[in-house]
Design a protein around this ligand. Structure first.
Ligand code: SF4
Length: 439
């Protein structure tokens, strides 16, 4: 069959949209309204792109089964395809529905991804089929022909058998190889997303979409499979930069050490970015990771205020420990991207300003300030559902206030973002320590 992987984005958006981040609900990096955040927004848009990893796994599975697979961001002539597999997201939701309406034969459209899994109604209303859960496993176990001929509209892939990540083939990134980029700097660089592990057991599952999409029990690929994939892209496509998409890369220390040692033993000349929790890093491990090629570590700092963090059920280290760990990572020569959230439910303007001040003290290579967002499907959403002020799902982009906050307005939050990004990156301390690293 001729299959189209349809990955729709908001048309002509001025900011970078990624439908893989945020547990595949997606994010849109719309940093603020003043001049400097707008410049950063433009840089992020020009230097980052990759489609959702699950969509490219689906493509790889179908290709292995003999189908001809294509990728596109819009549909020109749907008659050309026997089946359209479409990614879902909150961040481009209305645009996705609009695109579906252009397709004549809705029953050949199958919508997949974590957003449709938690929120299938709006998609089903259009007459398409949906696969709930991890779609790559569903297509691995079932024939496409059977799904298309089935009179049902909803198929369930929430299954224990999904544990074997090694049963998945290498994602079909080759379909978009010339567009893939993730820089963590000012220059656009080719970079391939890699899956090592899925699932996160931490307490912030209350508001976080990763456990919602991937479960709370970590499942990992074998070291051999990961190294085999790194070698594949490195040798066949000359890619030497990768971004691990694990929600908490070093959650299993033994596995992390084995992987790092295996990469070193292979002599692969690669660099990679990871995201993890500071709790899981110490000097020996960070040294080993550096030797293996880690050059950027992303960590969630979130807020400086203990009460705000406790109220959000976020598991964080004590601030002294946090600073100590960041100093240790910096001393080893690894860049840090610190992620902060403004506008938690109990945040005030003062607590947000204190968080921004704390970020400046930490002075990491990159600081990303975003806005607390209660996502439909997460446990915390029930508490907020009567206070949601946004009519469109596309507003849930992590840089807009979407609910009636007791202490701040949406305009005030946007003002805080402007202040945070501008004063962080235009400070002498940041320029002296970090600017050359970004060039
Ligand atoms: S550590 Fe918390 S924020 Fe990070 S992926 Fe896990 S649940 Fe989500």
């Amino acid at each position: 069959m001729k299959v189209l992987l349809l990955d729709v984005y908001i048309k002509d958006s001025k900011y970078r949209i990624c439908k893989d981040t945020n547990g595949s609900y997606g994010t849109a990096n719309d940093y603020g309204d003043s001049l400097f955040p707008k410049l950063l927004t433009k840089i992020a848009k020009n230097t980052n792109f990759w489609p959702p990893i699950y969509l490219m796994y689906v493509g790889a599975v179908l290709r292995e089964k003999g189908h001809e697979v294509h990728y596109s961001n819009n549909i020109v002539n749907d008659e050309e395809y026997d089946c359209v597999i479409m990614s879902s997201s909150i961040v481009c939701h209305e645009s996705e529905i609009k695109e579906i309406k252009k397709i004549n034969k809705k029953s050949k459209v199958i919508v997949v991804g974590s957003f449709v899994t938690s929120n299938p109604e709006k998609y089903l209303e259009t007459g398409v089929k949906v696969v709930l859960g991890e779609p790559e496993f569903y297509f691995l176990r079932n024939s496409l022909d059977k799904i298309l001929k089935d009179n049902n509209f909803s198929f369930n892939s929430i299954n224990k058998e999904n544990e074997d990540l090694d049963s998945l083939p290498i994602p079909c990134w080759d379909l978009v190889i010339n567009r893939l980029s993730f820089s963590g700097g000012l220059k656009k660089k080719k970079c391939i997303p890699i899956l090592g592990e899925r699932g996160c057991p931490y307490s912030c599952f209350n508001y976080c979409t990763y456990p919602l999409a991937q479960g709370r029990t970590p499942r990992a690929r074998s070291t051999e499979k990961i190294v085999e994939e790194l070698k594949y892209w490195n040798k066949n496509f000359q890619v030497n930069e990768f971004v691990f998409r694990d929600p908490v890369f070093s959650i299993d220390r033994g596995r992390t050490e084995n992987l790092a040692k295996a990469i070193i033993d292979e002599g692969l000349d690669i660099k990679f970015t990871i995201e993890t929790h500071l709790n899981n890093l110490d000097y020996e491990l960070v040294m080993l990771l550096k030797k293996a090629g880690v050059f950027i570590i992303r960590v969630g700092i979130e807020s400086v205020n203990y009460d705000v963090i406790a109220d959000a059920k976020r598991f964080s280290l004590k601030k002294e420990k946090e600073k100590e760990k960041l100093d240790m990572i910096h001393s080893i020569g690894i860049k840090v991207i610190g992620m902060y959230i403004l506008g938690y439910e109990t945040d005030t303007k003062e607590s947000c300003l204190a968080t921004i001040k704390y970020a400046k003290e930490l002075n990491t290579y990159i600081a990303v300030f975003s806005v607390f967002t209660p996502y439909p499907g997460t446990p915390i959403f029930m508490k907020f559902k009567d206070r949601i002020t946004s009519k469109n799902y596309e507003d849930f982009n992590q840089w807009k206030l979407v609910f009636d906050h007791a202490n701040m307005s949406g305009k005030e939050i946007r003002g805080l973002l402007d202040y945070a990004f501008t004063t962080y990156y235009l400070s002498i301390r940041w320029i002296i320590k970090n600017l050359r690293l970004a060039l």
